[in-house]
Design a protein around this ligand. Structure first.
Ligand SMILES: [Zn+2]
Length: 326
């Protein structure tokens, strides 16, 4: 059934292009290698990434797909250097896939294999279709170059191929939900907007707004609304803001308003003491995610909760006692 055919050939631990920081895996970034030389398939790129040129740049990504095989160069839960956005969300929060464009390969087959791999990652990591990005969206580079030019087909067609692997209808022909039953109050998703902080009251989390079966279930959690698909069975895409592990589509009946409107919070920059431990959630009981380097630094806080401030990079939560607004 599956044609993923993945060979793990990791860049060795400790190399400059394997920084080893935790990747929250919120996005997938699609690239083309731009390397049309004969023989420049996935295996050649695996060897390149293990060599000194790639280490010194540094450059790295998670997968290379060609027309018959896929090489994996980094564990998905580690970050890489492929989006050219420095410490931005492309490098730090996405899984990077390079498609081979070698002239002695079959590019269409490489694209189709990439779509299947992308769908597999979406399913396993609960990444919504909307978070599949082009390299161009992070740094402006014209990549993936051929797809962006509609060769052999457009980005929208690629995304529909991913949808097909996930059992979803193509976006262009997505039928409206038939109005066979009257709308009841709890299925009317008009109460919230993208960006609102809401209470997920606990229950099933789905990989798409129209998926028939839940991916898993999660407990009560404070969440941000990141997408809304009106009329879908699971109209809200939520991401936990309290480390509760919600990241997916949920039914309207499992979403409730919370008392205040934290959307009015303004992000700010702050000096943070060196040696401060930041955590995976807003509380001292959450696991340590890392430590601010000696000497401290200046960081951006985008949310406050329970005496902790969330780092804009997505790296974790800092105790506000170690934070001085500037
Ligand atoms: Zn690229």
């Amino acid at each position: 059934m599956s044609n993923l055919n993945i060979i793990q050939d990791f860049i060795p631990v400790g190399r400059r292009n394997r920084p080893g920081r935790a990747n929250p895996m919120l996005f997938i970034t699609i690239h083309e290698t731009g390397n049309t030389s004969r023989g420049s398939g996935a295996r050649n790129h695996a060897n390149y990434l293990k060599g000194n040129t790639a280490a010194n740049l540094p450059v790295s990504w998670h997968y290379t797909t060609d027309d018959s095989v896929t090489y994996q160069h980094l564990p998905e839960n580690e970050d890489g250097f492929h989006a050219a956005d420095g410490g931005g969300n492309g490098n730090r929060q996405s899984i990077g896939i390079e498609m081979c464009v070698n002239t002695d390969g079959n590019f269409q087959r490489a694209i189709d294999r990439t779509a299947e791999l992308t769908a597999d990652i979406c399913r396993r990591r609960n990444i919504p279709i909307e978070n599949i990005r082009q390299h161009q969206q992070w740094s402006g580079k014209n990549c993936p170059q051929n797809i962006r030019a509609g060769r052999p087909h457009t980005w929208a067609v690629f995304i529909d191929k991913v949808r097909a692997h996930l059992g979803q209808a193509p976006a262009t022909t997505n039928p409206p939900t038939p109005a066979t039953t009257p709308q009841t109050a709890h299925t009317t998703p008009a109460a919230f907007n993208v960006g609102d902080i809401v209470q997920f009251t606990g229950g099933a989390v789905y990989v798409s707004s129209r998926a028939a079966n839940p991916a898993h279930s999660r407990g009560r959690s404070s969440c941000r609304v990141t997408y809304i698909t009106n009329g879908a069975p699971q109209p809200f895409h939520l991401v936990s803001t309290d480390g509760g592990g919600v990241h997916g589509w949920v039914a309207a009946g499992d979403v409730a308003a919370i008392g205040q409107a934290p959307a009015t919070f303004k992000e700010y920059t702050a000096r943070v003491q060196g040696g401060t431990t930041y955590r995976t959630g807003a509380g001292a009981n959450f696991a340590a995610a890392g430590t601010i380097p000696a000497g401290g630094g200046v960081y951006t806080i985008v949310e406050e909760k329970n005496g902790f401030g969330r780092l804009k990079s997505g790296a974790g939560w800092l105790p506000l006692g170690a934070v001085t607004k500037i």
